[in-house]
Design a protein around this ligand. Structure first.
Ligand code: F3S
Length: 510
């Protein structure tokens, strides 16, 4: 994976000269994105493409192939196989490039090529939108600028050297006009990326700016090296969720039927969006199941009550049961104890699908759901009934113990079955341990995932600096700037690719 430095800034700030020098010193490849735009401009010029005709621009873009090759570390630009390094520096090509680089089709054409280069090599890239658009994940972003007067003076001297005549005031006006255009254009306008370092080169020499960039880069790299990032081994999909998700994907791809899930198969928006794109449809109420007459209903890992199975059988609707075996075991236990005359206490959140499912395996009149110490205090069992206690698989063990203690003190005959899943217990214990040693903790998971929320609460108790995020996009980059020990954990429904993305960014980017 390449390390990337993005340099953006207005025209005349010295970006390309400075980027080239810094690349040489660091042993990076300097990617001259301007040359790529010039190659496309050259094609437009040669073909006399009408720039007011969108169809003509689209069809020209489709015929253009721009490639980059390096000879002795010097970038060679190939336009449809021809090396055009010698032709693209002409003034008319530059003027054409400044017009055509604003076309979205042209930018899209080069975006892939630029990103591919940056992914494979250590590169320094300069332009107007490198840090904000082309390489938003760059290790270092620089916004290089200088006052209009300074840039005008530099340009004026350049023109004088070339023997051209120009008025300084005119050059200044041109630069102001160019700045305005670059900052206000519709596609990828020039602006400083939030996490870019601003360098004003007005009173600095080229070498001073280069040294400054190298210093910033080395500082970033050494901060990244000294940062200790611990990712919980238990982070991410548990056995039951993994099994359920894999089965839904398999059914969507191979069952030959329209696939429905009874409730979301997983509390994760990214995965649900992906499944939706694959044609999987979520049904939320029993009555809606009739829509799945010719399809296949997947019963998710949370499980369902007996009435749902009865309904599916009665309506002759095909189904695939991927209830987690640990949840299935609770169904069997409550059913058996209930049949043996026990009153069932289910410790958990009454509105959670798992608890709704568990309650669906015993008689309503002989089941009580308890979710707080207060509810445990107020609980009065039916006369002479023995009690059987089970608990939501993702419940907090300490809270469960406190609730059980209250019921036990009342002196009833009570059979306590700790049905908290090991995966949850392990995840919570590991989270508490990592959080107690971390300067900052990141908890990844969907906002509506109860097990992730519990991890967040546990972590927050140990580490005030705990952040709850759904994806990398939610992470405030500046929050971890001065932090050395970072812990990462994730709920049972967080896909691995999201955990990996966060982990990579925390290790390298901050
Ligand atoms: Fe099953 Fe435990 Fe996961 S009960 S769904 S393996 S948290």
């Amino acid at each position: 994976m390449g390390r990337n430095i993005a340099i953006d800034g207005p025209a005349g700030a010295g970006k390309s000269t400075i980027a080239k020098k810094a690349a040489q010193k660091l042993g990076f490849i300097y990617v001259d994105t301007g040359a790529m735009y010039r190659a496309i401009a050259l094609y437009f010029l040669r073909q006399k493409t009408d720039l007011s005709d969108q169809d003509a621009i689209n069809s020209a873009c489709a015929k253009i192939d721009v490639r980059i090759r390096y000879e002795d570390n010097v970038q060679q630009v190939l336009l449809n196989g021809e090396n055009v390094n010698g032709s693209i520096r002409r003034e008319e090509v530059g003027n054409m490039a400044s017009k055509t680089s604003a076309f979205p089709q042209v930018r899209a054409k080069l975006l892939d090529l630029q990103r591919k280069l940056a992914a494979e090599e250590d590169v320094i890239m300069d332009g107007r939108d490198i840090g904000t658009c082309v390489l938003p994940e760059a290790e270092l972003k620089i916004y290089l600028t200088a006052s209009v007067q300074t840039r005008a003076k530099r340009r004026f001297l350049e023109l004088q050297e070339k023997g051209a005549t120009a008025e300084l005031s005119e050059v200044e006006k041109d630069i102001e006009k160019r700045d305005y255009q670059d900052m206000h254009r519709e596609t990828a306008p020039l602006k400083q990326a939030e996490d870019a370092i601003l360098i004003d080169s007005s009173d600095l020499t080229i070498d001073q700016v280069v040294e400054k960039i190298i210093f910033c880069f080395q500082k970033k790299m050494s901060a990244a090296e000294s940062r200790n990032v611990t990712v919980a081994k238990s982070a991410g999909f548990c056995f039951g969720v993994k099994r359920a998700v894999e089965n839904v994907y398999e059914a969507a791809e191979n069952s030959g039927k329209k696939v429905y899930t009874y409730g979301p198969v997983i509390h994760n928006e990214e995965v649900m969006k992906d499944l939706e794109e694959k044609g999987v449809c979520v049904l939320n109420r029993k009555e809606e199941l009739t829509q799945a007459k010719d399809g296949l209903v997947v019963i998710r890992s949370h499980g369902v009550g007996k009435d749902i199975y009865d309904f599916l059988e009665k309506e002759k609707i095909s189904y695939l049961d991927v209830t987690c075996p640990f949840v299935k075991k609770i169904h069997k236990l409550v059913r058996k104890y209930n049949e043996d005359g026990y009153h069932i206490i289910v410790v958990g959140n009454a509105g959670h699908p798992e608890i709704i499912g568990v309650c669906g395996w015993c008689s309503e009149a002989e089941t009580t759901v308890i979710d707080s110490l207060e509810e445990a205090d107020n609980f009065v069992p039916p006369d002479g009934k023995k009690l059987c206690v089970v608990v939501q698989t993702t419940y907090n063990y300490k809270k469960f113990k406190d609730i059980v203690e209250i019921i036990q003190k009342k002196g009833y005959y009570i059979n306590v079955l700790n049905t908290i899943c090991n995966a949850t217990d392990e995840r919570q214990t590991e989270t508490a341990k990592i959080a107690s040693e971390a300067d900052a903790m990141i908890v990844i998971g969907s906002r509506n995932s109860s097990n992730t929320r519990k991890l967040f609460e546990i972590s927050k108790k140990e580490c005030e600096n705990t952040y709850y995020i759904q994806t990398m996009e939610d992470l405030d980059l500046s929050a971890l700037q001065n932090v050395n020990n970072v812990g990462i954990t994730a709920g049972a429904s967080t896909p691995n690719n999201i955990i990996e993305e966060v982990q990579n960014n925390v290790r390298i980017k901050f």
